[in-house]
Design a protein around this ligand. Structure first.
Ligand code: 5GP
Length: 211
């Protein structure tokens, strides 16, 4: 779909699409595929106080800021939402999103579940996509394979994940990330359908969870 600059002329407000789910579920890999398939989708770049991982670039994966700068942005009302996650702060800058939506561009926000709730409260028209693992055991396996967290951090992420999984009914649609390519294709279809207005709110589970 290439509506491009036509949005602005038609006065169409962009759609805000929130992709959330537990840490390690594969949101980042799904987002990469979504942006490749729908390149006119605009990705919100969060600010974070955590340091960059190898192969993460400033301004492309995150805006890496120190705690002082982050707190200044909070004070100035610069975040649509922000959260303390595993002892670091993450926030969604408000201005680029407001501008994109006003100009008719659709924006994708990839955040954790508590942040997703805040976005929904601030922007009730946001479309909410929940990414879930086939099981908590599989999530643990993926976190261990990723190798970017210590054992203690992994335990923290799993405890948080089991709480977050209970939030699924608050979302418009759930995609089970069992096979990454299949899940990514499903998310592309959902977002594409949403932009063509063929699906709306009300909860749908795209794929049954495997036990
Ligand atoms: P990571 O440190 O692994 O990149 O991200 C940790 C968690 O923070 C992930 O679940 C990710 O989706 C979430 N996250 C990233 N940016 C934001 C943000 O701006 N706000 C919130 N609430 N969560 C975020």
């Amino acid at each position: 779909m290439t509506n491009g600059g036509g949005y602005q002329q038609s006065g169409r407000r962009g759609k805000l699409i929130v992709l959330a789910g537990p840490s390690g579920v594969g949101k980042g890999a799904i987002v990469a595929r979504l942006l490749a398939a729908l390149p006119d989708l605009e990705l919100s770049i969060s600010a974070t106080t955590r340091g960059p991982r190898p192969r993460e670039d400033e301004g492309r994966h995150y805006h890496f800021v120190d705690r002082g700068k982050f707190d200044e942005m909070v004070e100035a009302g610069g975040f649509l939402e922000w959260a303390d996650i595993f002892g670091e702060r993450y926030g969604t800058p408000r201005k680029p999103i407001d501008r994109a939506l006003a100009e008719g561009r659709d924006v994708l926000v990839e955040i954790d579940v508590q942040g997703a709730r805040q976005v929904k409260a601030a922007e009730p028209r946001a479309f909410m996509v929940f990414i879930t693992p086939p099981s908590l055991q599989e999530l643990e396996r993926r976190l261990r394979t990723r190798g970017s967290e210590t054992d203690q951090q992994i335990r923290g992420r799993l405890a948080k994940a089991s709480d977050e999984l209970a939030a699924e009914p608050e979302f418009d649609v759930t995609v089970v990330n069992d096979d990454l390519e299949v899940a990514a294709r499903e998310v592309v279809e959902i977002v594409d359908a949403l932009r063509r207005r063929t699906i709306n709110g009300g909860h749908t589970r795209v794929k049954e969870r495997k036990h």
